[in-house]
Ligand binder design. Structure first.
Ligand SMILES: Nc1ncnc2c1ncn2[C@@H]1O[C@H](COP(=O)(O)OP(=O)(O)O)[C@@H](O)[C@H]1O
Ligand SMILES: CC(C)(COP(=O)(O)O)[C@@H](O)C(=O)NCCC(=O)O
Length: 400
């Protein structure tokens, strides 16, 4: 099961959880919450880290530094009942209320994404939760700004299989373009904290890749489709410049013979049916087409506003090498090296983190400024450092 929360449940204390925030999207439900620091990683790591944390803030009488773990989980939106079951089993809906009263109308949970509207009644009925809706775009921006400012080694470039973390200078962060590739794609010009404009979008996004991929390859899961694309060769289906130009480059306009002239173009010129193509080649071609297109539209929007840095988020990216490589090459190619594609380790959790940050406004102060990450506490995954059911150690300064 995707984002199977039960695994997480075994490792963490049941009751000491708080600040549940949800991002209920077209494809996935993303969940972020705090727990106390026991479980999930070795005590040595935590103690070593906390020593530093407490040292830093000693001497300020009205400040407390809490050891906390931030949990990241996802569920498929179509399996929302599993998400509800998980919340219920972990008593997450009660947050840090002292009086855990099932009928209390104080069980308010910050939530963003379209599902915060669509499923509001369901959450009320099944869990007694009132979803406090927070705007999706402002959550994406808050989540991205938070990660870029507060978490070490969050942003990286990816070119030719080489991942390079980028040190972000807080004074030189804005403006940037945030491209969130979820079911659909939103492009947001970020000017500062809570200062942004959604400048573009496209319906050709992650939902398109997964939806078309499912139909064309019969894959049963998104990860299976991604794995399949690894083994494929898109040239079997894509029409290349060389296919049109008799094997040569079209050098006058800077097109090499290996450039894709028309995605899936070969499928029209051959007397073949879908079954005659290998699913891995179809998956590869599809992934390349969609990633390329997103990279190109992102670049055009960056050009529109003179932006040099484009951060890509959303679960479509999935820390997947070929996806990131294709997007990077597209941005690099079209901008002639002027603009850079950057990726985020917590790519899929921007909205949920943004909703989580919203608790700040209700007395939970300074989380954004005092949040620190313990680098090695994440569960590893085949695609990226932080993916399903990961959790990161952090310290949070709370003003009494
Ligand atoms: N396990 C998964 N199941 C379904 N889609 C996934 C999965 N992992 C990554 N994806 C991709 O991520 C997209 C959803 O990204 P996300 O940022 O969560 O958007 P949304 O908020 O629209 O759900 C899917 O459309 C799909 O392309
Ligand atoms: C409607 C959405 C903001 C919803 O967000 P999502 O669940 O896809 O993350 C997004 O799908 C989107 O921006 N779609 C593109 C719409 C367009 O500009 O054409």
């Amino acid at each position: 099961m995707e984002g199977d929360g039960t695994q997480d449940l075994k490792h963490c204390d049941r009751d000491d959880v708080s600040h549940l925030a949800l991002d209920i999207g077209g494809s996935l439900i993303k969940m972020v919450y705090f727990s106390s620091s026991s479980g999930c990683s070795s005590d040595d790591q935590i103690n070593g880290y906390l020593k530093d944390g407490f040292d830093v803030s000693s001497g300020t009488s009205n400040h407390r530094v809490l050891r906390r773990k931030l949990h990241f989980l996802k569920f498929e939106t179509s399996k929302i009942s599993e998400c509800i079951k998980f919340i219920s089993s972990k008593h997450l809906q009660y947050g840090d209320q002292d009086d855990k009263d099932l009928d209390s109308d104080k069980n308010i949970v910050k939530a963003t994404g379209g599902g915060a509207f669509k499923f509001a009644d369901l959450f009320k009925e099944k869990l007694g939760i009132i979803l406090d809706k927070v705007d999706e775009m402002s959550c994406l921006v808050a989540g991205a700004n938070f990660l870029l400012k507060a978490v070490n080694r969050e942003a990286f470039t990816y070119m030719e299989s080489q991942k390079d973390f980028v040190q972000i200078d807080h004074k030189d962060l804005y403006p940037y373009l945030l491209v969130n590739v979820g079911s659909g794609v939103s492009m947001i010009k970020v000017n500062g904290d809570n200062d942004f404009e959604r400048v573009s979008g496209t319906s050709v996004g992650g939902g398109t890749f997964w939806g078309l991929g499912r139909l064309l390859t019969k894959c049963k899961s998104f990860d299976e489709l991604l794995e399949l694309s690894h083994q494929g060769n898109n040239r079997v289906i894509d029409m290349l410049v060389g296919d049109i130009y008799g094997g040569t480059d079209y050098s006058k306009v800077g097109l090499t013979s290996t450039t894709i002239a028309s995605s899936f173009g070969k499928a029209i010129s051959e007397n073949k049916e879908l079954d005659d193509y290998r699913p891995e080649d179809v998956a590869r071609s599809l992934l390349r087409m969609i990633s390329n297109n997103i990279g190109q539209i992102a670049y055009l929007n960056a050009l529109r506003f003179g932006l040099k840095r484009i951060f890509f988020g959303g679960f479509f990216i999935r820390g997947h090498a070929y996806t990131m490589d294709t997007i990077s090459v597209a941005v690099n190619f079209w901008s002639k090296g002027e603009a850079k594609a950057l990726f985020l380790r917590h790519e899929g959790f921007l909205g949920a983190l943004g909703a989580f940050m919203n608790y700040e406004k209700n007395g939970f102060t300074d989380i954004g400024h005092q949040f620190m990450q313990q680098p090695s506490a994440n569960k590893s995954s085949t695609h990226s450092d932080v993916q399903d059911n990961g959790c990161i150690e952090c310290r949070v300064e709370v003003r009494d």
